[in-house]
Design a binder for this molecule. Structure first.
Ligand code: WT7
Length: 674
C-alpha cells in the first residue's frame, strides 16, 4: 500500500478473541471428515502429493502422471497429463445411481410461481441440448471464450455446464452489473457471443435485462470487440418478456433455437487438466478488472474436496448457498462443488427479504434444506429486519457457512443461536476469487468454532503472516501483518487472462526473492489481506491492505469507482474511502472536487451516483457523495485518502500540518461530521 492511501485493515474492528463453540454431536456422527490425521496427511512435508486425495474424488478419462509442474512458476500446472471433463463429473457420472435425484431446485422470487425441480437426468438432457446449440448454432469450440451475463436461474448452470462440456471457457458477469461493465469483460476476454436472459425478478419487479445486452454490445464494439450473436434465454419459456426489441440477425431466443436440438447428445471434450475452465473477473488496484483464469482438473478437484470436507455435502443433502452464481462463491459452491458431489443445490432468483424477512426460512422449510451458506451482510440484514423469523419455521440446518467478510462475534452468535437454533456446525470460510476455494476454515467435524475467526489454514494450505519487509511474524503472535500462502494448491488461479506480468506483479513480486526460481517455495502468494494469528493457529482476517473495498462481500476497486465518477464532466477529482457500516461491513464514501466554474448541488451529487450505477452497477452506490472545495493533498499533489477516511469514520485525522492545504481538512470535517 502506498503512503497516504487508506485501507480496510486500518479501520478494521479489532474484536476480542472469543471462546470456543463445539460442533453438535449428531453433526460429528455423520460428518464426512472426522479423522484428525488429515492435517498430518496434508502437512508441508507431504506437499504436493497430499492433493491426490482430492483428485481421486473425480472421474478421469486418463489419469494424470505428474501432480504439480512448477517449470513455469508461479504459473503452475496441476495433475499434468490428466484428461477430464467438468460437465461429465457434475452430471453424467451421477446418472447410473442417481438420475432421478434433484440436481437443482430453482426457486422463483415470486412465491406464487412454481418451484422447479430438475433431476440429474433432466440436467443431462438440457446441458447436452444447450451444448449442441452452442456448437452447431453459435459455432463455439474448445478454447473459445463466451461471456454470460445471466441472472440467478437454472439456465445459468445449464449454460456453464454446456460450455464446460465443449471446452468453451465461460466468463459469467454478475447479473447486477451494468452493460458497460459487461462490455469491458467481453472485450478483455475476446468473446464474440454473449449469452443473457430477457428479464428476471428482483424485489418483486420484473427487470428488463436484455436492455443491458444492447449497451454491452455497443460499448464492446467501440472498444474493438464485435459480438455477432446474442443468445437470449426467456425467463418464461415461450414468452419474450423484456421491452427492448430483438436485433434482427444478431439476437436469438435460446428457447426457440433449442427446438432444433431436442434430443441431441454431445460427447464431452477430453480436456487437459490444465486447460482453462472459466474466467471470473474481479476488482484490483487499477481501474481494469482482472480475469482470473481457473483451470479444469485442479479447480474441480479443489472445490469438490472442500465441498465434501468443509461443506460436509453428502448426496442426500439439500444444500442452499444464497450467493449469486455471478461471483466465485456461486461457481465453486453452488455449481461445481455441490454438483460434482451429486447434491441437490438450491438456486434462488431474488433477494432474501422478498416479500418479507421470513422468506429464506420458508424456502429452507419447504425444500428441507439442511446445509445453508451465506454472507455476513445478509445475516446482519436479516437479524435487523426479522430477528424472530427463523423460530417461526420448521427447518433444521446441520451446517451453516459464512463467507466474504469478517463477521462480528455478536452477529455470529445470532446466526448460531437463532438461524441455526444451536444445532448446526458453522464454518467461517476465508478465501478469494483468485483462490478458487477455501483458504482458512475450521473443519466442521473436527475443530471447535470461534466466533469472528476463520480458523486454521485448510489441509494443504499453509498460511504465514509477513511484515512489510517480508519477515515472518512469529506464529500465533496475535500481531497484524500481510497474510500469504506459502505453497500453491490445485484451486489457485492459473494467471490473469492475457496478462501474466500483472499476475506476477500483483500477487508475487513483493515477496519473491528470486524471480527466476522454479521452486514453489520462492513464490509465496500474497492475498492482499491483513490478518492476525492467535496462539491456537486460528486466523482473524482484518480486511484489505490494498485499494480494494469489500462491500457486502463484493469487491470494488477504488480506482474503478473513482474513474466512473470522472465520467461526470463537472468532476475534476475523485477519491473513494471505506467507511464502517452496520449492515454492509464497509461501504464507500465518494469525495469529489469540481472543475472551476461549477457549483456543488444535490443534482450534481445524484449525477455522480447515476454514473457509478451505469458504469458499474447498483452495488457501486456510495453511502454519500461529498462535493468538497478541494482534496487534502501532499506537497507532491497526492490525494490523502487516509485523511478522508478518518473524517468519514470519525477517527483522529492525525497530523495534517505537512499537507499542501491543511486548512481544507477542517472545512471537509465540518461538512461531513455536522
Ligand atoms: C476478499 C475476497 C470468498 C469468496 C467471496 C469473496 C474478504 C472473504 C472472508 C472471511 C473475512 C473475508 C477478504 C478477501 N473475505 N472471505 N470469511 N472473513 N474476510 O471473494 O470478491 O474475491 O473477495 O473478501 O478481504 O480478500 P472476493
Amino acid at each position: 500500500m502506498s503512503q497516504g492511501e487508506t485501507s480496510e485493515a486500518q479501520i478494521a474492528v479489532h474484536w476480542q478473541e472469543e471462546d470456543y463453540f463445539y460442533p453438535p454431536r449428531d453433526f460429528v456422527a455423520q460428518a464426512n471428515l472426522t479423522d484428525e490425521s488429515v492435517y498430518d496427511r496434508f502437512s508441508l512435508d507431504n506437499f504436493p502429493n497430499c492433493f491426490k486425495e482430492y483428485a481421486d474424488l473425480l472421474d478421469w478419462y486418463e489419469y494424470w502422471d505428474e501432480i504439480l509442474d512448477t517449470s513455469d512458476a508461479p504459473c503452475y500446472k496441476w495433475f499434468k497429463g490428466g484428461k477430464i471433463n467438468a460437465s461429465y463429473n457434475c452430471v453424467d457420472r451421477h446418472l447410473a445411481r442417481n438420475k432421478n435425484k434433484t440436481a437443482i431446485h430453482f426457486v422463483p422470487e415470486l412465491e406464487e410461481e412454481k418451484v422447479e425441480h430438475i433431476t440429474y437426468q433432466e440436467l443431462y438432457v438440457r446441458v447436452n441440448e444447450m451444448a449442441a446449440l452452442l456448437r452447431d448454432f453459435a459455432g463455439l469450440k474448445r478454447g473459445d471464450r463466451v461471456t454470460l451475463h445471466m441472472p440467478m436461474s437454472a439456465e445459468l448452470p445449464i449454460t456453464m455446464l454446456a460450455c464446460a462440456r465443449l471446452g468453451v471457457i465461460h466468463s459469467q458477469v454478475f447479473g447486477g452489473f451494468s452493460g458497460n461493465a459487461a462490455a469491458d469483460r467481453i472485450e478483455d476476454s475476446g468473446s464474440r457471443v454473449l449469452i443473457t436472459m430477457d428479464s428476471y425478478y428482483r424485489g418483486g419487479k420484473l427487470l428488463d435485462h436484455k436492455k443491458k445486452a444492447d449497451e454491452a454490445v455497443a460499448k464492446a464494439a467501440q472498444d474493438g470487440q464485435v459480438v455477432d450473436k446474442v443468445l437470449i434465454w426467456q425467463r418464461y419459456p415461450g414468452k419474450y418478456s423484456a421491452q427492448t426489441p430483438l436485433v434482427e440477425g444478431r439476437d436469438f431466443l435460446v428457447n426457440d433455437e433449442l427446438k432444433n436440438f431436442y434430443g441431441a447428445r454431445v460427447e464431452p471434450e477430453r480436456m487437459n487438466a490444465e486447460d482453462p475452465l472459466f474466467l471470473m473477473y474481479t476488482s484490483g488496484t487499477t481501474g481494469k478488472p482482472k480475469g482470473c483464469q481457473h483451470g479444469t482438473g485442479g479447480y474441480l478437484a479443489y472445490v469438490t474436496g472442500t465441498s465434501k470436507y468443509v461443506q460436509d455435502i453428502h448426496p442426500e443433502d439439500v444444500y442452499w448457498c444464497m450467493a449469486d452464481i455471478g461471483w466465485i462463491t456461486g461457481h465453486s459452491y453452488i455449481v461445481y462443488g455441490p454438483l460434482a458431489l451429486c447434491a441437490s443445490s438450491v438456486i434462488y432468483e431474488g433477494i432474501p427479504n422478498y416479500p418479507d424477512p421470513g422468506r429464506p426460512w420458508r424456502i429452507a422449510q419447504n425444500l428441507d434444506v439442511n446445509i445453508f451458506h451465506t454472507a455476513p451482510t445478509a445475516i446482519r440484514a436479516l437479524r435487523k429486519i426479522g430477528p424472530d423469523e427463523p423460530a417461526k419455521y420448521n427447518y433444521k440446518f446441520k451446517h451453516m457457512t459464512t463467507v466474504g467478510e469478517p463477521i462480528e462475534p455478536e452477529v455470529w452468535k445470532w446466526y448460531y443461536n437463532v438461524v441455526g437454533k444451536g444445532q448446526a456446525a458453522i464454518v467461517d470460510t476465508w478465501w478469494q476469487t483468485e483462490t478458487g476455494g477455501f483458504l482458512c476454515s475450521t473443519l466442521p467435524g473436527i475443530s471447535p468454532m470461534k466466533p469472528g475467526s476463520a480458523g486454521k489454514g485448510m489441509p494443504g494450505i499453509h498460511p504465514i503472516i509477513l511484515d512489510d519487509e517480508g519477515v515472518e511474524l512469529p506464529r500465533g503472535a496475535g500481531k497484524a501483518g500481510n497474510i500469504c500462502i506459502q505453497n500453491p494448491w490445485p484451486g489457485m488461479f492459473q494467471t490473469i487472462w492475457g496478462d501474466r506480468d500483472r499476475f506476477v506483479t500483483n500477487y508475487f513480486a513483493r515477496y519473491c526473492k528470486n524471480p527466476d526460481s522454479k521452486d514453489w517455495r520462492d513464490w509465496p502468494y500474497m492475498t492482499g489481506d491483513a490478518a492476525v494469528e492467535a496462539p491456537d493457529g486460528y486466523y482473524r482476517i482484518l480486511g484489505r491492505i490494498d485499494d480494494v473495498i469489500n462491500v457486502s462481500g463484493h469487491r470494488l476497486g477504488t480506482k474503478e469507482l473513482e474513474s466512473a465518477a470522472l465520467v461526470v464532466e463537472e468532476v475534476a477529482e475523485s477519491a473513494v474511502v471505506p467507511v464502517k457500516d452496520d449492515i454492509k461491513g464497509v461501504t464507500p464514501d465518494m469525495y469529489v472536487a469540481l472543475k472551476p466554474g461549477f457549483e456543488a448541488s444535490d443534482e450534481l451529487a445524484q449525477k455522480v451516483i447515476n454514473a457509478l450505477i451505469s458504469e458499474i452497477g447498483p452495488i457501486a452506490k456510495p453511502r454519500k457523495v461529498w462535493i468538497v472545495p478541494d482534496m487534502p493533498k501532499t506537497r507532491s499533489g497526492k490525494i490523502m485518502r487516509r485523511v478522508l477516511a478518518s473524517i468519514s469514520n470519525n477517527t483522529d485525522v492525525g497530523d495534517v500540518m505537512t499537507l499542501a492545504n491543511p486548512d481544507v481538512v477542517e472545512t471537509i470535517r465540518n461538512q461531513v461530521q455536522k
